[in-house]
Design a binder for this molecule. Structure first.
Ligand code: SAH
Length: 253
């Protein structure tokens, strides 16, 4: 069944209103008509099976037949602190990490970030997040935040991890020049089943500066290496996200 996103205010009791681009797609491409069924989610958790009551030029009206909560959201909250990469890499990272189950993405401006602001792209990034949710069956839409300076990102992580509602938290700070501790060692130190919040830190193309590593350590964060090969920033983000999700049992059926 086709799945559509509507904003929460497009649902009123058991009535759903669909307009805009989705309506065009529904009518012109999918040839939907009254009586057809579709799935609707508004990004807040539930999903609805809807029967179309009327399809007009400017809007379609549907009636909710069934509401349920799909089991597509990970139990662990993973926050990706992504060093701002160049061009379209950020979009790719957003799409893939949302598919893998990220909860929140924070673009981070670091010493070696070439791109240093969202340049009006934040809206587009959030749209990509929404589309990835739609495609992957997720019901909570991860927010892609406004880019923040590196120090602020560390501060954010400190307040998230010290907040009791975050439960046990695990920072995975990927540092390309780390020679002592690898991701596997780090994961061995934690009872992974008790971890409720994970913060993944990945540098931009230029990597992290030594000063940034010192600062992370001041915040009690221990950097880890990901083996002997240097990965591109987008590869590192996806690889670590995959490992964490696997460890958390999110690849289980
Ligand atoms: N320009 C750097 C590489 C940066 S790679 C250099 O050539 O040394 C971009 C980011 O991906 C890094 O900052 C780190 O967060 C992550 N990364 C890539 N390869 C890694 C590895 N082998 N170990 C740990 N982190 C890695």
């Amino acid at each position: 069944m086709h799945r559509f996103f509507v904003s929460p205010d497009a649902i009123n009791g058991d009535t759903v209103f669909i307009s805009g681009e989705d309506l065009v797609h529904m009518v012109q491409v999918l040839r939907f008509k009254a009586g057809d069924h579709l799935l609707v989610f508004d990004g807040t958790g539930p999903e609805h099976e809807v029967e179309l009551v009327s399809v007009e030029k400017n809007r379609a009206v549907g009636r909710i037949i069934r509401t349920y909560k799909p089991d597509t959201e990970p139990e662990t909250r993973v926050i990706l602190f992504q060093g701002m990469p160049k061009s379209d890499k950020m979009e790719w990272i957003i799409q893939k990490t949302v598919e893998l189950g990220v909860a929140q993405i924070v673009p981070v401006i670091t010493r070696y970030s070439v791109v240093r602001n969202a340049d009006g792209k934040q809206k587009r990034w959030n749209r990509i997040s929404r589309e990835a949710c739609k495609q992957s069956g997720r019901v909570l839409i991860p927010e892609v935040q406004e880019p923040v300076e590196y120090c602020r990102a560390l501060g954010m992580w400190r307040s998230i991890s010290s907040d009791e509602s975050s439960g046990l938290s695990l920072p995975v700070f990927c540092y390309e020049n780390e020679t002592e501790k690898c991701l596997k060692d780090l994961l061995k130190c934690y009872n992974i089943n008790c971890v409720k919040t994970v913060g993944i830190f990945v540098g931009p193309e230029g990597g992290f500066s030594e000063e940034e590593i010192r600062l992370a350590k001041d915040y009690g964060i221990i950097p880890v290496g990901l083996g002997n090969r240097i990965l591109r920033t987008e590869t590192a983000a996806i690889a670590v996200m995959s490992v964490i999700m696997y460890e958390m049992g999110e690849f289980d059926l």
